[in-house]
Design a protein around this ligand. Structure first.
Ligand SMILES: Cc1cc2nc3c(=O)[nH]c(=O)nc-3n(C[C@H](O)[C@H](O)[C@H](O)COP(=O)(O)OP(=O)(O)OC[C@H]3O[C@@H](n4cnc5c(N)ncnc54)[C@H](O)[C@@H]3O)c2cc1C
Length: 375
Protein backbone atom coordinates (compact mmCIF):
# COMPACT_ATOMS: atom_id res chain seq x y z
CA UNK A 1 0.00 0.00 0.00
CA UNK A 2 1.24 3.51 -0.89
CA UNK A 3 0.39 6.39 1.42
CA UNK A 4 -0.52 9.66 -0.29
CA UNK A 5 -0.92 12.81 1.82
CA UNK A 6 -2.39 16.00 0.41
CA UNK A 7 -1.83 19.10 2.56
CA UNK A 8 -4.55 21.66 1.76
CA UNK A 9 -8.06 21.18 0.42
CA UNK A 10 -8.22 24.29 -1.77
CA UNK A 11 -8.25 24.38 -5.58
CA UNK A 12 -4.95 22.55 -6.05
CA UNK A 13 -5.43 19.95 -3.31
CA UNK A 14 -8.94 19.05 -4.49
CA UNK A 15 -7.72 18.79 -8.10
CA UNK A 16 -5.17 16.19 -6.96
CA UNK A 17 -7.78 14.36 -4.89
CA UNK A 18 -10.36 14.24 -7.68
CA UNK A 19 -7.97 12.26 -9.91
CA UNK A 20 -5.97 10.19 -7.44
CA UNK A 21 -9.13 9.11 -5.67
CA UNK A 22 -10.18 7.10 -8.74
CA UNK A 23 -7.03 4.96 -8.46
CA UNK A 24 -7.25 4.14 -4.75
CA UNK A 25 -8.39 0.52 -5.25
CA UNK A 26 -6.52 -0.24 -8.47
CA UNK A 27 -3.19 1.05 -7.14
CA UNK A 28 -3.85 0.23 -3.46
CA UNK A 29 -3.55 3.82 -2.23
CA UNK A 30 -4.23 5.12 1.25
CA UNK A 31 -5.15 8.78 0.71
CA UNK A 32 -5.21 11.42 3.46
CA UNK A 33 -6.33 15.00 2.99
CA UNK A 34 -5.15 17.35 5.74
CA UNK A 35 -6.76 20.78 6.00
CA UNK A 36 -6.74 23.21 8.89
CA UNK A 37 -10.49 23.84 8.59
CA UNK A 38 -13.49 21.70 7.73
CA UNK A 39 -14.16 23.80 4.68
CA UNK A 40 -12.40 25.60 1.89
CA UNK A 41 -13.55 29.01 0.56
CA UNK A 42 -13.95 30.16 -3.03
CA UNK A 43 -11.50 33.06 -2.68
CA UNK A 44 -12.09 35.00 -5.95
CA UNK A 45 -15.60 36.00 -4.85
CA UNK A 46 -14.79 37.03 -1.27
CA UNK A 47 -14.62 40.77 -2.14
CA UNK A 48 -18.09 40.42 -3.70
CA UNK A 49 -19.49 39.47 -0.27
CA UNK A 50 -18.81 43.04 0.87
CA UNK A 51 -20.57 45.04 -1.83
CA UNK A 52 -22.35 42.86 -4.35
CA UNK A 53 -24.11 40.82 -1.71
CA UNK A 54 -22.75 37.39 -2.62
CA UNK A 55 -23.49 35.21 0.41
CA UNK A 56 -20.53 33.41 1.96
CA UNK A 57 -22.55 30.19 2.26
CA UNK A 58 -22.36 29.93 -1.54
CA UNK A 59 -18.57 30.09 -1.45
CA UNK A 60 -18.01 27.17 0.90
CA UNK A 61 -16.80 23.71 -0.08
CA UNK A 62 -17.45 21.42 2.90
CA UNK A 63 -14.45 19.07 2.87
CA UNK A 64 -16.10 16.65 5.31
CA UNK A 65 -18.84 16.00 2.75
CA UNK A 66 -16.34 15.12 0.01
CA UNK A 67 -15.55 12.02 2.04
CA UNK A 68 -19.12 10.84 2.38
CA UNK A 69 -18.24 7.25 1.32
CA UNK A 70 -15.24 7.18 3.67
CA UNK A 71 -12.83 6.27 0.89
CA UNK A 72 -10.08 8.60 2.04
CA UNK A 73 -9.11 10.01 5.41
CA UNK A 74 -9.86 13.61 6.16
CA UNK A 75 -7.78 15.12 8.94
CA UNK A 76 -8.92 18.50 10.16
CA UNK A 77 -5.68 19.81 11.61
CA UNK A 78 -2.94 22.28 10.88
CA UNK A 79 0.31 20.97 9.43
CA UNK A 80 3.10 22.36 11.60
CA UNK A 81 6.17 20.63 10.18
CA UNK A 82 7.37 18.34 7.39
CA UNK A 83 10.43 16.10 7.56
CA UNK A 84 11.37 15.46 3.95
CA UNK A 85 14.14 12.98 4.84
CA UNK A 86 12.00 10.83 7.11
CA UNK A 87 8.87 11.40 4.98
CA UNK A 88 6.75 12.50 7.90
CA UNK A 89 4.06 15.19 8.12
CA UNK A 90 3.46 16.57 11.60
CA UNK A 91 0.13 18.17 12.43
CA UNK A 92 -0.74 19.75 15.80
CA UNK A 93 -1.87 16.30 17.02
CA UNK A 94 -0.57 13.63 14.63
CA UNK A 95 2.51 12.31 12.93
CA UNK A 96 1.76 10.88 9.47
CA UNK A 97 4.10 8.87 7.23
CA UNK A 98 3.89 9.22 3.48
CA UNK A 99 5.14 7.68 0.26
CA UNK A 100 3.91 10.67 -1.74
CA UNK A 101 3.29 14.15 -0.35
CA UNK A 102 1.53 16.99 -2.13
CA UNK A 103 1.93 20.43 -0.54
CA UNK A 104 -1.11 22.46 -1.61
CA UNK A 105 -1.42 24.79 1.37
CA UNK A 106 -1.92 27.97 -0.67
CA UNK A 107 -1.10 31.39 0.72
CA UNK A 108 -2.36 33.69 3.46
CA UNK A 109 -2.22 37.38 4.33
CA UNK A 110 1.28 38.61 5.09
CA UNK A 111 1.53 40.99 8.04
CA UNK A 112 5.32 41.06 7.70
CA UNK A 113 5.68 40.15 11.38
CA UNK A 114 3.75 43.21 12.59
CA UNK A 115 1.60 41.78 15.35
CA UNK A 116 -0.18 45.08 16.12
CA UNK A 117 -1.42 45.19 12.54
CA UNK A 118 -2.66 41.59 12.67
CA UNK A 119 -4.69 42.45 15.80
CA UNK A 120 -6.26 45.67 14.54
CA UNK A 121 -7.12 45.14 10.89
CA UNK A 122 -9.41 43.02 8.75
CA UNK A 123 -8.10 40.56 6.16
CA UNK A 124 -9.67 38.46 3.43
CA UNK A 125 -8.27 34.92 3.59
CA UNK A 126 -11.52 32.98 3.85
CA UNK A 127 -15.29 33.23 4.16
CA UNK A 128 -15.08 33.90 7.90
CA UNK A 129 -12.98 37.00 7.22
CA UNK A 130 -15.61 38.25 4.76
CA UNK A 131 -18.30 37.65 7.39
CA UNK A 132 -16.25 39.62 9.96
CA UNK A 133 -15.93 42.62 7.62
CA UNK A 134 -19.59 42.45 6.67
CA UNK A 135 -20.60 42.40 10.37
CA UNK A 136 -18.37 45.38 11.13
CA UNK A 137 -19.88 47.30 8.21
CA UNK A 138 -23.39 46.69 9.49
CA UNK A 139 -22.58 47.35 13.15
CA UNK A 140 -20.27 50.38 12.98
CA UNK A 141 -20.61 53.67 11.18
CA UNK A 142 -17.02 54.24 10.19
CA UNK A 143 -15.82 57.66 9.08
CA UNK A 144 -13.08 56.24 6.84
CA UNK A 145 -12.57 53.03 4.86
CA UNK A 146 -8.92 52.26 4.18
CA UNK A 147 -7.39 49.45 2.16
CA UNK A 148 -3.70 48.69 2.53
CA UNK A 149 -2.33 47.46 -0.80
CA UNK A 150 -3.22 48.43 -4.36
CA UNK A 151 -3.01 44.99 -5.94
CA UNK A 152 -5.90 43.00 -7.48
CA UNK A 153 -7.46 42.21 -4.10
CA UNK A 154 -7.09 45.75 -2.73
CA UNK A 155 -8.78 47.23 -5.82
CA UNK A 156 -11.63 44.71 -5.68
CA UNK A 157 -12.16 45.34 -1.97
CA UNK A 158 -12.09 49.14 -2.41
CA UNK A 159 -14.71 49.12 -5.18
CA UNK A 160 -16.91 46.73 -3.19
CA UNK A 161 -16.70 48.94 -0.11
CA UNK A 162 -17.70 51.92 -2.25
CA UNK A 163 -20.62 49.93 -3.65
CA UNK A 164 -21.71 49.03 -0.11
CA UNK A 165 -21.60 52.70 0.95
CA UNK A 166 -23.41 53.85 -2.21
CA UNK A 167 -26.24 51.44 -1.50
CA UNK A 168 -26.57 52.96 1.97
CA UNK A 169 -26.40 56.48 0.57
CA UNK A 170 -23.16 57.15 2.49
CA UNK A 171 -20.35 59.37 1.17
CA UNK A 172 -17.46 58.47 3.47
CA UNK A 173 -13.95 58.41 2.01
CA UNK A 174 -12.59 55.13 0.62
CA UNK A 175 -8.79 55.24 0.39
CA UNK A 176 -6.29 52.79 -1.10
CA UNK A 177 -2.86 53.11 0.55
CA UNK A 178 -0.02 51.84 -1.66
CA UNK A 179 3.63 51.74 -0.64
CA UNK A 180 4.92 51.71 -4.23
CA UNK A 181 4.84 54.64 -6.65
CA UNK A 182 1.76 53.18 -8.40
CA UNK A 183 -0.95 50.60 -7.85
CA UNK A 184 -0.98 47.19 -9.61
CA UNK A 185 2.80 46.75 -9.49
CA UNK A 186 4.17 45.15 -12.67
CA UNK A 187 0.97 45.27 -14.74
CA UNK A 188 0.95 47.20 -18.05
CA UNK A 189 0.47 50.97 -17.91
CA UNK A 190 -2.79 50.92 -19.91
CA UNK A 191 -4.36 48.70 -17.23
CA UNK A 192 -3.15 50.94 -14.44
CA UNK A 193 -4.52 54.01 -16.27
CA UNK A 194 -7.88 52.33 -16.80
CA UNK A 195 -8.17 51.23 -13.17
CA UNK A 196 -7.03 54.62 -11.79
CA UNK A 197 -9.53 56.47 -13.97
CA UNK A 198 -12.30 54.10 -12.85
CA UNK A 199 -11.34 54.50 -9.18
CA UNK A 200 -11.53 58.29 -9.66
CA UNK A 201 -15.03 57.92 -11.09
CA UNK A 202 -16.00 55.83 -8.06
CA UNK A 203 -14.60 58.51 -5.77
CA UNK A 204 -11.94 56.18 -4.39
CA UNK A 205 -8.70 57.90 -3.43
CA UNK A 206 -5.29 56.34 -4.06
CA UNK A 207 -2.28 57.35 -1.96
CA UNK A 208 1.02 56.20 -3.48
CA UNK A 209 4.43 56.02 -1.76
CA UNK A 210 2.68 55.81 1.63
CA UNK A 211 2.69 53.04 4.22
CA UNK A 212 0.62 52.28 7.29
CA UNK A 213 2.72 53.46 10.24
CA UNK A 214 0.55 52.66 13.21
CA UNK A 215 -2.75 50.97 13.92
CA UNK A 216 -4.94 50.73 16.99
CA UNK A 217 -8.55 49.63 17.11
CA UNK A 218 -10.34 51.80 14.50
CA UNK A 219 -7.30 54.10 14.35
CA UNK A 220 -4.81 54.36 11.50
CA UNK A 221 -1.74 56.55 11.11
CA UNK A 222 0.03 56.82 7.76
CA UNK A 223 3.70 57.50 7.04
CA UNK A 224 2.87 61.05 5.86
CA UNK A 225 1.50 61.78 9.35
CA UNK A 226 -2.20 61.70 8.46
CA UNK A 227 -4.44 60.22 11.10
CA UNK A 228 -7.77 58.46 10.60
CA UNK A 229 -9.99 57.93 13.61
CA UNK A 230 -13.01 55.65 13.52
CA UNK A 231 -11.57 53.93 10.45
CA UNK A 232 -12.00 50.44 9.04
CA UNK A 233 -8.76 49.07 7.59
CA UNK A 234 -8.62 46.03 5.32
CA UNK A 235 -5.09 44.66 4.92
CA UNK A 236 -4.45 43.44 1.37
CA UNK A 237 -0.76 44.30 1.26
CA UNK A 238 0.67 40.94 0.30
CA UNK A 239 0.61 37.21 0.91
CA UNK A 240 2.98 34.52 2.14
CA UNK A 241 2.87 30.74 2.26
CA UNK A 242 1.91 28.69 5.34
CA UNK A 243 4.17 28.95 8.41
CA UNK A 244 5.41 25.32 8.28
CA UNK A 245 7.10 26.12 4.95
CA UNK A 246 9.37 28.65 6.70
CA UNK A 247 11.26 25.79 8.37
CA UNK A 248 11.78 23.77 5.19
CA UNK A 249 15.41 24.12 4.09
CA UNK A 250 14.64 24.41 0.38
CA UNK A 251 14.83 27.19 -2.20
CA UNK A 252 12.02 29.73 -1.78
CA UNK A 253 11.20 33.29 -2.80
CA UNK A 254 10.41 36.18 -0.41
CA UNK A 255 6.78 35.04 -0.16
CA UNK A 256 7.92 31.56 0.87
CA UNK A 257 6.81 29.92 -2.39
CA UNK A 258 8.81 26.74 -2.94
CA UNK A 259 10.92 26.48 -6.09
CA UNK A 260 9.88 23.34 -8.00
CA UNK A 261 11.28 21.56 -11.04
CA UNK A 262 9.57 21.00 -14.41
CA UNK A 263 7.45 18.26 -12.83
CA UNK A 264 6.42 20.38 -9.81
CA UNK A 265 8.68 18.25 -7.60
CA UNK A 266 10.65 19.20 -4.56
CA UNK A 267 12.15 15.73 -4.33
CA UNK A 268 11.20 12.26 -5.61
CA UNK A 269 8.31 11.91 -3.14
CA UNK A 270 7.19 15.49 -2.58
CA UNK A 271 5.28 17.70 -5.02
CA UNK A 272 4.20 21.32 -4.53
CA UNK A 273 1.18 22.83 -6.30
CA UNK A 274 -0.87 26.03 -6.40
CA UNK A 275 0.14 29.22 -4.60
CA UNK A 276 2.75 27.33 -2.56
CA UNK A 277 4.70 26.44 -5.73
CA UNK A 278 7.18 28.73 -7.47
CA UNK A 279 7.30 27.54 -11.06
CA UNK A 280 9.69 29.17 -13.51
CA UNK A 281 8.53 29.94 -17.03
CA UNK A 282 10.22 32.14 -19.66
CA UNK A 283 12.58 33.80 -17.14
CA UNK A 284 9.62 34.59 -14.94
CA UNK A 285 7.51 32.82 -12.32
CA UNK A 286 3.85 31.88 -12.64
CA UNK A 287 1.53 34.18 -10.70
CA UNK A 288 -0.85 32.87 -8.07
CA UNK A 289 -4.12 31.98 -9.79
CA UNK A 290 -6.90 29.43 -9.67
CA UNK A 291 -6.28 28.16 -13.21
CA UNK A 292 -2.66 27.21 -12.43
CA UNK A 293 -3.60 25.65 -9.07
CA UNK A 294 -6.15 23.35 -10.74
CA UNK A 295 -3.95 22.39 -13.69
CA UNK A 296 -0.93 21.75 -11.45
CA UNK A 297 -3.01 19.51 -9.19
CA UNK A 298 -4.15 17.60 -12.25
CA UNK A 299 -0.59 17.17 -13.56
CA UNK A 300 0.82 15.99 -10.22
CA UNK A 301 -1.96 13.46 -9.63
CA UNK A 302 -1.38 11.93 -13.07
CA UNK A 303 2.39 11.84 -12.49
CA UNK A 304 2.00 10.02 -9.16
CA UNK A 305 -0.08 7.40 -10.97
CA UNK A 306 2.66 7.17 -13.64
CA UNK A 307 5.39 6.71 -11.04
CA UNK A 308 3.49 3.86 -9.39
CA UNK A 309 2.89 2.25 -12.78
CA UNK A 310 6.58 2.65 -13.65
CA UNK A 311 5.91 5.04 -16.54
CA UNK A 312 7.92 8.20 -17.35
CA UNK A 313 6.70 11.53 -15.91
CA UNK A 314 5.20 14.27 -18.04
CA UNK A 315 6.36 17.86 -17.63
CA UNK A 316 3.98 20.51 -16.36
CA UNK A 317 3.28 22.86 -19.28
CA UNK A 318 1.33 25.86 -18.04
CA UNK A 319 -1.51 27.21 -20.18
CA UNK A 320 -2.29 30.82 -19.35
CA UNK A 321 -5.80 31.92 -20.30
CA UNK A 322 -5.09 35.38 -18.90
CA UNK A 323 -6.36 37.47 -16.04
CA UNK A 324 -9.00 40.06 -15.24
CA UNK A 325 -9.20 42.83 -12.65
CA UNK A 326 -12.88 43.10 -11.81
CA UNK A 327 -14.31 46.18 -10.11
CA UNK A 328 -17.65 46.38 -8.37
CA UNK A 329 -19.09 49.12 -10.60
CA UNK A 330 -19.14 46.58 -13.45
CA UNK A 331 -15.92 47.74 -15.05
CA UNK A 332 -12.95 45.47 -15.54
CA UNK A 333 -9.80 45.14 -17.56
CA UNK A 334 -7.44 42.33 -18.35
CA UNK A 335 -5.80 40.12 -20.92
CA UNK A 336 -7.61 37.06 -22.20
CA UNK A 337 -5.92 34.67 -24.66
CA UNK A 338 -3.42 37.43 -25.42
CA UNK A 339 -6.08 40.06 -26.13
CA UNK A 340 -6.38 43.23 -24.07
CA UNK A 341 -9.96 43.86 -22.99
CA UNK A 342 -11.70 46.42 -20.83
CA UNK A 343 -15.19 47.61 -19.95
CA UNK A 344 -18.22 45.47 -19.11
CA UNK A 345 -17.38 42.36 -21.19
CA UNK A 346 -14.49 41.18 -18.95
CA UNK A 347 -16.87 41.39 -15.97
CA UNK A 348 -19.08 38.81 -17.67
CA UNK A 349 -16.05 36.60 -18.35
CA UNK A 350 -14.85 36.91 -14.74
CA UNK A 351 -18.18 35.86 -13.23
CA UNK A 352 -18.67 33.15 -15.83
CA UNK A 353 -15.31 31.63 -14.81
CA UNK A 354 -16.11 32.03 -11.12
CA UNK A 355 -19.45 30.24 -11.50
CA UNK A 356 -17.88 27.55 -13.68
CA UNK A 357 -15.12 26.88 -11.12
CA UNK A 358 -17.22 27.14 -7.97
CA UNK A 359 -18.02 24.00 -6.07
CA UNK A 360 -21.27 22.11 -6.82
CA UNK A 361 -24.58 23.05 -8.42
CA UNK A 362 -26.05 24.53 -5.22
CA UNK A 363 -23.19 27.03 -4.90
CA UNK A 364 -23.29 27.86 -8.62
CA UNK A 365 -27.02 28.61 -8.55
CA UNK A 366 -26.66 30.51 -5.27
CA UNK A 367 -23.91 32.72 -6.73
CA UNK A 368 -25.97 33.44 -9.87
CA UNK A 369 -28.98 34.36 -7.71
CA UNK A 370 -26.90 36.61 -5.44
CA UNK A 371 -25.24 38.37 -8.37
CA UNK A 372 -28.57 38.97 -10.11
CA UNK A 373 -30.15 40.20 -6.89
CA UNK A 374 -27.18 42.44 -6.16
CA UNK A 375 -27.37 42.29 -2.33
C1 LIG B 1 -9.53 37.84 -2.20
C2 LIG B 1 -8.89 36.99 -3.27
C3 LIG B 1 -9.31 37.12 -4.58
C4 LIG B 1 -8.74 36.33 -5.57
N1 LIG B 1 -9.19 36.46 -6.87
C5 LIG B 1 -8.70 35.65 -7.83
C6 LIG B 1 -9.22 35.69 -9.16
O1 LIG B 1 -10.12 36.47 -9.48
N2 LIG B 1 -8.70 34.81 -10.07
C7 LIG B 1 -7.70 33.93 -9.75
O2 LIG B 1 -7.27 33.16 -10.61
N3 LIG B 1 -7.18 33.89 -8.51
C8 LIG B 1 -7.65 34.71 -7.54
N4 LIG B 1 -7.14 34.65 -6.28
C9 LIG B 1 -6.01 33.72 -6.01
C10 LIG B 1 -6.50 32.30 -5.90
O3 LIG B 1 -7.59 32.23 -5.02
C11 LIG B 1 -5.37 31.38 -5.46
O4 LIG B 1 -4.35 31.45 -6.44
C12 LIG B 1 -5.85 29.94 -5.29
O5 LIG B 1 -6.80 29.87 -4.25
C13 LIG B 1 -4.67 29.03 -4.99
O6 LIG B 1 -5.15 27.73 -4.77
P1 LIG B 1 -4.40 26.77 -3.74
O7 LIG B 1 -5.10 25.46 -3.80
O8 LIG B 1 -2.94 26.83 -3.95
O9 LIG B 1 -4.66 27.45 -2.31
P2 LIG B 1 -6.01 27.68 -1.51
O10 LIG B 1 -7.17 27.68 -2.41
O11 LIG B 1 -5.75 28.89 -0.67
O12 LIG B 1 -6.11 26.40 -0.55
C14 LIG B 1 -5.16 26.16 0.44
C15 LIG B 1 -5.81 25.28 1.52
O13 LIG B 1 -4.79 24.86 2.44
C16 LIG B 1 -5.25 25.02 3.76
N5 LIG B 1 -4.07 25.22 4.61
C17 LIG B 1 -3.26 26.30 4.67
N6 LIG B 1 -2.28 26.11 5.56
C18 LIG B 1 -2.47 24.88 6.08
C19 LIG B 1 -1.78 24.10 7.06
N7 LIG B 1 -0.68 24.56 7.69
N8 LIG B 1 -2.26 22.89 7.38
C20 LIG B 1 -3.37 22.39 6.76
N9 LIG B 1 -4.06 23.09 5.82
C21 LIG B 1 -3.60 24.31 5.49
C22 LIG B 1 -6.19 26.23 3.69
O14 LIG B 1 -7.14 26.23 4.73
C23 LIG B 1 -6.85 26.03 2.33
O15 LIG B 1 -8.02 25.22 2.43
C24 LIG B 1 -7.70 35.41 -5.25
C25 LIG B 1 -7.27 35.29 -3.93
C26 LIG B 1 -7.86 36.07 -2.94
C27 LIG B 1 -7.40 35.91 -1.50
Amino acid sequence: MKKVIIVGGGFAGRAVLSIIYGYRKKLDLEITLVNDKNESSFLPLLPDCLGRGVRTENLICDLTRLNIKGNFDFVRDKVVAIDLDKKVVATSALSLNYDFLIIASGSETNFYGREEIRRNVFKLDDANDAIAIRRALVKENYDFYLIAGGGYTGIEVATNLRLYLDKKGLKQRVIVVERASSILGPLPQWMKDYVISNLNKCNIEVLNNIVIDKTEESFVQLSDGSIFKNALLVWAAGVKTASFIENLRVEKNAQGRIKVDDYLRLDDSCFVVGDAALFAQNNNFLRMAVQFAIMQGDCVAKNIVRIIKGKPLTRYKPIDFGYIIPMANNKACGTILGMNIKGFFPIILHYFMCIFRSNGLKNKLGIIKDLLKGG
